[in-house]
Design a protein around this ligand. Structure first.
Ligand SMILES: Cc1cc2nc3c(=O)[nH]c(=O)nc-3n(C[C@H](O)[C@H](O)[C@H](O)COP(=O)(O)OP(=O)(O)OC[C@H]3O[C@@H](n4cnc5c(N)ncnc54)[C@H](O)[C@@H]3O)c2cc1C
Length: 353
């Protein structure tokens, strides 16, 4: 059996690792010219479902490395006013912190990825690329993200919906001065119009050093504070003018290469297409708002589920069962993330269902 995975994001690479471990022939085709092509490195909180999927798909030799380059998020979620006086707190939570860019490098290890291959369409089970090449497979998996070209052909009526919400995301290298801004799982600072959401990415070991021991080339990413300003102000520096000096310093010291403006769109799988030998995974079919903290978790779970089914059943049966389960929990994940978006927008909690 041969599987062609379109897209080398977290979901596609996790699937490729899992299939490779199971002895199934798999190749990944990625549009970007290389792994460093664009802004990729934000922090992700993994719940047990995402972490377990990673462990189930990655070979055992990479498990210690995964542990070394993740961190623990735990404790209260504290909300401050602009002068860092505590307003309220939410109950403790725990999760595993990963940096998307670092995790992608771990997931790339040993996988056959062809960069610079933009998928343009399929005929039967032949996937075609913009450079005029093609690949024949028994199954094509569209793991090509929110603007999926595979989805556009397979299920053209399922399209992204713009929530209308914009945010700015940034990252600032962690120093002792900034540590107190995030006393637990995560924190928020708000003036009632804009909310600054803060979270830590603290690696158990520096990724480059930990990777070197296993011969895996990982980026030299420092510990950092991930911040998100929601909704996006015209100028992030101006939005926090008059706020506590430590908060202003954090926003002003941001690393521009790892900051970006994001438009928040979602893809909700409304209905099913005829199952066959082309399917979808991750954001390509259930793109959540980052506020849900569940998009990567769902994409990794998809990868594990599809891998397990492909090991047990023939392709049509595996795809049918995979899509039945995935479409149900995928739609729930999107709904949850949209509901959470309201919670994070100052002054909008509870206004939408
Ligand atoms: C700021 C932010 C914070 C987030 N925080 C969390 C969190 O805390 N927890 C959580 O669970 N989720 C979080 N998410 C969501 C999570 O990042 C995504 O759901 C997840 O990365 C989706 O993975 P994917 O593999 O489906 O798609 P992607 O990571 O989007 O990968 C798709 C890949 O396909 C490639 N591609 C696209 N088109 C083509 C084509 N035509 N041909 C070939 N290749 C193509 C792209 O270049 C890309 O590499 C967050 C998202 C953002 C933006």
């Amino acid at each position: 059996m041969k599987v062609a995975v379109i897209g080398a994001g977290l979901g596609g690479l996790c699937l490729a690792q899992g299939l490779r471990e199971a002895g199934i022939d798999v190749e990944v085709f990625e549009r970007d010219p290389g792994v460093h092509a664009r802004f990729q490195g934000y922090r992700i909180g993994l719940a047990d479902i995402g972490r377990d999927a990673l462990l189930a798909c990655l070979p055992a030799r990479l498990h210690p490395l995964l542990d070394a380059v993740t961190g623990t998020l735990s404790g209260r979620r504290v909300f401050f006013d602009t002068q860092l006086r505590q307003l309220r707190e939410l109950p403790p939570m725990t999760a595993t912190a990963v940096d998307r860019h670092v995790l992608r490098h771990v997931l790339l290890d040993g996988v056959d990825v062809h960069f610079g291959k933009e998928f343009t369409g399929y005929r039967g089970t032949r996937a075609e690329f913009a450079d005029g090449t093609h690949v024949d497979a028994d199954l094509i998996v569209g793991a090509d993200g929110i603007a999926s070209a595979v989805r556009a052909q397979l299920a053209p009526d399922i399209r992204p919906t713009d929530t209308g919400v914009r945010c700015v995301i940034g990252r600032t290298t962690l120093t002792r001065e900034y540590e107190m801004l995030v006393p637990g799982f995560g924190s928020g600072v708000s003036d009632g119009k804009v909310q600054l959401m803060l979270g830590l990415m603290r690696f158990r070991r520096p990724p480059r050093e930990a990777g070197r021991e296993l011969g895996v080339d990982l980026p030299d990413t420092p510990d950092y504070v991930r911040w998100v300003l929601l909704p996006a102000p015209e100028a992030p520096g101006k939005a926090v003018e008059g706020w506590h000096p430590r908060v202003r310093a954090l926003v002003e010291a941001t690393d521009p290469a790892h900051s970006a403006w994001l438009s928040i769109s979602v893809v909700r799988p409304e209905r099913r297409w005829s199952p066959g030998r082309v399917t979808l995974l991750g954001d390509a079919i259930h793109a959540t708002s980052p506020s849900g903290g569940n998009g990567a978790n769902a994409a990794l779970h998809d990868a594990r589920l599809l891998r397990d089914l492909l090991v047990q059943r023939d392709v049509p049966e595996a795809v049918e069962e995979y899509e039945t389960q995935m479409l149900a929990y995928g739609a729930e994940a999107v709904d949850h993330s949209v509901a959470m978006l309201d919670q994070f927008l100052p002054g909008r909690a509870g206004r939408r269902s």
